[in-house]
Design a protein around this ligand. Structure first.
Ligand code: GCU
Length: 408
């Protein structure tokens, strides 16, 4: 009974929290910024504001992104000509990343791709998930890497994980995605930067050492992982003209957004429950604070983000400006009513704050005034479902509805 009361109380709180409160993000996305006057034309936005915003996000939140990089394809193998009804191809990759004078190589890592048959240059959903590639694309031919634990080893752990975080937390519905005419490409980011304080920080420092100021953060490194996938796909004749969509849930939702904000080759983004450091505003926020996220996950961000904890009003940027960097490309922000840790309200206000950039660039952005409307054809689409944090059965049909509205 106590548990029922507590969860009812939580639910009520969640509902209260989700009422749009009319606070529009500040500073305005097109207003004065770092010595620049107000932006009034698309050209001015591209030439002056976009680079200034990217630089501010690197300095204050994500750390420096590489000045240059190169992805070497060590091998490309057709693993199965009829996997999930499509073709399964595996690449072994290794990248060189350049930070100023510092040139370093990542560990070798793999990318697995499933392409639908009979579709020329299919749009491809680029994914990073919590689990190794062989869980995201469960096929016996996918190369396993020693030392990386599978999420799908069966037993109680797997049952509990799917129960708590949803049917699709580890494995997306690949057949359904292929039927809609999309391909899937995945890397497991821990193969190049581990999601762990000690090891992750060690790798990030080694890769970007010698850099003044902001060290590369893991969210930025994983975001770069999406760009690395684009590099490989655009050099392969089967996918050279494919559109690409970055997709991620939660921490990888943050990375999927950063990827699209920094790499204009990414045609759209689906950031599901990306929360703090993703789509949710830093100022006036609910749920996870900047202090909380930077304490638990110091390797995710530049140390400057931790220094802004409690001083969010003094930050040069806020997350609506990250969404604005994706304009005019389509963005879907996925949310759940009881996932207050991710602050859906803050994500909605960020979408409101980014909207003027979409309008300036000639498309209408957010087409809803409430969190619980659903306009999949909107350029700035906001999906809110019941329930909590995870990738559940209703999510993928919604993601595909959004993609079909934009890529069919
Ligand atoms: C933690 C973290 C969030 C993150 C989430 C996830 O809850 O605090 O910021 O989004 O993990 O990746 O699932």
């Amino acid at each position: 009974a106590l548990a029922a009361i507590t969860s009812c109380a939580k639910l009520t709180l969640a509902w209260t929290d989700l009422k749009p409160d009319g606070i529009v993000a500040s500073p305005p996305v097109l207003g004065a910024f770092m010595g620049q006057s107000e932006i009034t034309s698309a050209a001015q936005w591209q030439v002056t504001r976009v680079p200034a915003l990217r630089a501010a996000f690197e300095r204050e939140v994500y750390g420096d992104m590489p000045d240059d990089y190169d992805v070497a394809v060590l091998s490309r193998t057709m693993l199965d000509n009829d996997a999930f009804g499509g073709q399964l191809i595996e690449y072994k990759l290794q990248a060189t990343v350049v930070f100023g004078e510092v040139v370093n190589r990542t560990n070798p890592f793999y990318m697995d791709v499933v392409l639908p048959k009979g579709v020329e240059q299919p749009p491809i959903i680029l994914m990073e998930t919590f689990c190794p590639r062989w869980d995201t694309i469960p096929h016996s031919a996918v190369t396993r890497v020693d030392g990386l634990n599978s999420c799908m080893s069966g037993g109680i752990g797997e049952t509990v994980m799917s129960y708590v975080f949803g049917r699709y937390i580890a494995t997306p519905p690949i057949e359904m995605i292929l039927r809609h005419g999309y391909g899937v490409a995945t890397t497991f980011p821990s193969e190049f930067v581990a999601d762990n304080k000690e090891e992750g920080l060690k790798t990030l420092e080694a890769l970007s050492v010698g850099r003044d100021g902001a060290r590369w953060g893991a969210i930025g490194a994983w975001a770069w992982g999406f760009s690395a996938m684009v590099d490989v796909l655009e050099n392969d004749p089967a996918t050279a003209a494919s559109s690409v969509i970055s997709w991620g849930h939660s921490r990888y939702g943050k990375s999927a957004l950063v990827a699209a904000a920094f790499d204009e080759r990414i045609d759209a983004v689906i950031a599901h429950q990306s929360g703090t450091g993703g789509a949710s505003l830093n100022r006036e926020k609910k749920g996870e604070t900047v202090a909380a996220i930077t304490k638990t996950y110091p390797h995710w961000f530049a140390s400057s983000y931790a220094h802004m904890a409690g001083r969010e009003q003094k930050m040069d940027v806020d997350q609506h400006q990250l969404l604005a960097l994706v304009a005019p490309r389509p963005v879907l922000l996925g949310n759940a009513r009881r996932d207050v840790w991710s602050d859906p309200n803050g994500a909605f206000r960020a979408a409101q704050g980014a909207d003027p950039a979409y309008e300036l660039l000639g498309v209408s952005g957010l087409s809803q005034t409430r969190l619980d409307e659903w306009v999949p054809s909107a350029e700035l689409a906001f999906w809110l479902r019941p329930g909590t944090h995870g990738v559940v059965k209703e999510d993928w049909p919604a993601f595909l509805e959004f993609l079909d509205a934009h890529f069919d």
